[in-house]
Design a protein around this ligand. Structure first.
Ligand SMILES: [Zn+2]
Length: 252
């Protein structure tokens, strides 16, 4: 008789605790919120006047912060599986992205990702492969074989919103073809150069079967927004570790 009473009492108190900590009215509409970070150049000597160059030393501190605070870096596939409800949301997921396949990535970023066993995505401009300030084809396939997803950032990095549908189609599809011949994989995720796009850009991506596309607008990504307007949080020159901690929590 005693045991029969304990169980319902326990359940009742658990229910009370649940309600008192999270009233139904304050519950968020979605439980899926994932910060997506955007880096460009990560350099030992960042130009203080260039927002898009970040310090290697500070970058490593950020990666250590992620490790020490239990963040889990995602592959691009894991990221979309979570948004699409095909995989459970892990505790503290985060997506690290880098744009423009710049030459600093291989010597500066990749060893740190490797050291802390972190996943990342590189949005690659296909005509810039082997370029004077970019990664070589061999460097790209090496990082790809070690946890970096190679995805589409057009052929020539244009302002897509100033182009016709046909021109945009060529920029995006030709990059897919070139990246496929380089990596052997189909890149089906996109990042808008300069964050610039219009309705035609989204139509091209949909017609080519892309899974999603990233902007440069700030905020946390959720499972409710458009898959073709996923916000990213830019990490900018001068951001401190406190800025970083705030950005990955609030999106700004
Ligand atoms: Zn870019």
């Amino acid at each position: 008789m005693k045991n029969l009473l304990v169980v319902p009492l326990l359940l009742f108190s658990l229910l009370l605790m649940g309600f008192s900590h999270q009233p139904a009215s304050a519950k968020k509409s979605t439980d899926i919120e994932i910060p997506v970070l955007l880096y460009h150049v990560v350099s030992h000597n960042p130009d203080p006047n260039n927002f898009y160059q970040y310090s290697v030393k500070e970058f490593e501190k950020q990666m250590v912060y992620l490790k020490e605070n239990g963040y889990r870096t995602l592959t691009i596939k894991q990221y979309f599986n979570i948004l699409d409800g095909k995989a459970a949301m892990p505790a503290k997921p985060i997506l690290l992205t880098f744009d423009d396949n710049s030459s600093d990535f291989y010597p500066n970023v990749y060893p740190i990702l490797d050291k802390y066993d972190l996943k990342a995505t590189q949005f690659t401009v296909s005509n810039w492969v082997n370029g004077s300030w970019n990664m070589t084809a061999e460097e790209i396939t090496t990082v790809m074989d070690n946890g970096v997803d190679i995805q589409n950032h057009t052929v020539t990095h244009p302002f897509l919103n100033q182009m016709s549908y046909a021109q945009q189609y060529t920029e995006i599809n030709d990059a897919t073809v070139a990246l496929k011949s380089l990596t052997g994989k189909t890149a089906n995720v996109f990042a808008y150069p300069y964050g610039a796009y219009n309705a035609d850009t989204i139509s091209v991506l949909e017609n080519l079967g892309f899974e999603g596309a990233f902007t440069v607008a700030g905020g946390l990504s959720t499972d409710e927004g458009s898959r073709f307007e996923i916000p990213r949080i830019m990490i900018l020159n001068g951001d401190t570790l406190e800025d970083f901690a705030r950005k990955i929590t609030t999106g700004y």
